[in-house]
Design a protein around this ligand. Structure first.
Ligand code: FAD
Ligand code: NAP
Length: 337
């Protein structure tokens, strides 16, 4: 186990922001994590890092950055309907999805090509194309940093919401997620109604629907629409899609007839944040190396040497302008450090 001082995090965050960690190390087992927590005793400042694809560094880390590298994918149980699969937090999420497709374990195909690691997937209940991990979640094992004990969390315990969980709210920075278990279907239930999936399946000439075909369709759409972080720094959607009251939506829709709104089960309406940002003129905007992506305004980008602060300031300006024009408050999805 190596501990490195003044470690550059530039290649450890997909925004490619230059920031340093006072101390950096990685762990591959719970015992190594415990050892690191022991060594760093006295410091409450431990940032647990996965793939760094949902974080914006606006300053250096004046404490510890611990990278979770616990790997392994293990089917540990099955019943008539499901396979139960335990995954190490350090496993790359997309690699796990591909493993599921190869083994005909259904449920995560719509979540193909989401960057980052499996351990972070419950943090914001990752979601795309009408599926969230709460739909396939079984339980997780996490280590309480201060109390030094393992705790299991079932579905209800995680308090999953739209891009939310208890780990982003009440238990923020308290636990290190070590393993996540999923309940994957033996017989797939296809979900193709969302976004451009059906259109893409048609374009691909798919005759017989399968989880592999859906996964490939999602990969094609995402590759075409989203900036590749290895080329242009970004952390995916910077803001959540806001949910507003039906009444407010009615008022806005009469003023902006092309406004997109999706009715939700609780009576609210979800707006497409990308559309709101685009209407405020930000799509394709660039100032220095900080910008708003030309194909999807919801994605803020680093064209090279932007600082985290510059991206952050831009995000605040975008929030202000959307609030002024539409009276809608955008909430940041990316974790700001
Ligand atoms: P990191 O960025 O490393 O960490 C995120 C947060 O979780 C941090 O606060 C960190 O401290 C904490 N954390 C990480 N691992 C652990 C752990 N083991 N225990 C405790 N805390 C931990 N997200 C979606 O929901 N849907 C999408 O479709 C999607 N598309 C994206 C597309 C692109 C191009 C990019 C760049 C990002 C996208 N994201 C999407 C965001 C991101 O990929 C996910 O949120 C992902 O789950 C983050 O994983 P990570 O390992 O990179 O987390
Ligand atoms: P899109 O298809 O252009 O649609 C814009 C937004 O409208 C989406 O974000 C989605 O909200 C919502 N939407 C679309 N179809 C819907 C439907 N049938 N019912 C309810 N809501 C609907 O979106 P996109 O930007 O290309 O992204 C496609 C999917 O990938 C979305 O689910 C998006 O969340 C996900 N994605 C997430 C990130 C991230 O970093 N979080 C980055 C890229 C893509 P939802 O976001 O609520 O699903």
């Amino acid at each position: 186990m190596q501990i490195i001082e003044n470690f550059s995090l530039k290649s450890y965050n997909t925004f490619s922001i230059e920031a340093s960690a006072q101390y950096f190390s990685s762990f591959q087992t719970m015992e190594e994590l415990e050892e690191l927590l022991q060594v760093s005793m006295g410091s409450d400042d431990h940032l647990i890092l996965g793939g760094g694809s949902n974080i914006l560094f606006t300053r250096n880390v004046s404490g510890w950055v611990l990278k979770n590298e616990i790997t392994g994918i293990e089917k540990f149980h099955e019943d008539d309907e499901f396979y139960y699969v335990r995954v190490g937090a350090g496993e790359n999420w997309h690699r796990f999805v591909m493993h599921c497709i190869q083994n005909h374990w259904a449920g995560v195909e719509n979540l193909s090509l989401i960057p980052g690691n499996t351990g972070a997937s419950p943090m914001q209940n990752i979601g795309a194309y009408g599926v969230e991990i709460k739909d396939v979640f079984h339980e997780l094992e996490a280590f309480h940093k201060r109390e030094r004990k393992m705790v299991k969390f079932g579905l209800e315990d995680c308090e999953f919401g739209y891009r939310e969980s208890i780990f982003k709210q009440r238990f923020k920075d308290q636990f290190v997620i070590l393993k996540v278990s999923f309940r994957l279907r033996k017989q797939p239930v296809f979900n193709t109604s969302y976004g451009a999936i059906e259109e893409e399946l048609k374009r691909m000439g798919v005759q017989t629907l399968s989880i592999a075909a859906i996964s490939q369709a999602v990969i094609n759409i995402r590759t075409n629409k989203l900036p590749d972080p290895t080329i242009i720094g970004n952390a995916g959607s910077f803001f959540k899609n806001p949910e507003i009251e039906e009444k407010q939506f009615g008022v806005l829709k009469s003023e902006y007839p092309s406004m997109v709104g999706y009715p939700l089960a609780d009576g609210k309406v979800k707006l497409a944040a990308g559309w709101l940002i685009e209407q405020c003129g930000w799509k394709g905007y660039r100032r220095g190396d900080a910008g708003c992506h030309a194909k999807q305004a919801l994605v803020l980008v680093n064209y090279g040497n932007a600082t985290g602060r510059e991206i952050y300031v831009l995000s605040e300006e975008i929030q202000d302008s959307v609030l002024r024009k539409f009276g809608v408050k955008l909430e940041k999805e990316v974790n700001i450090f």
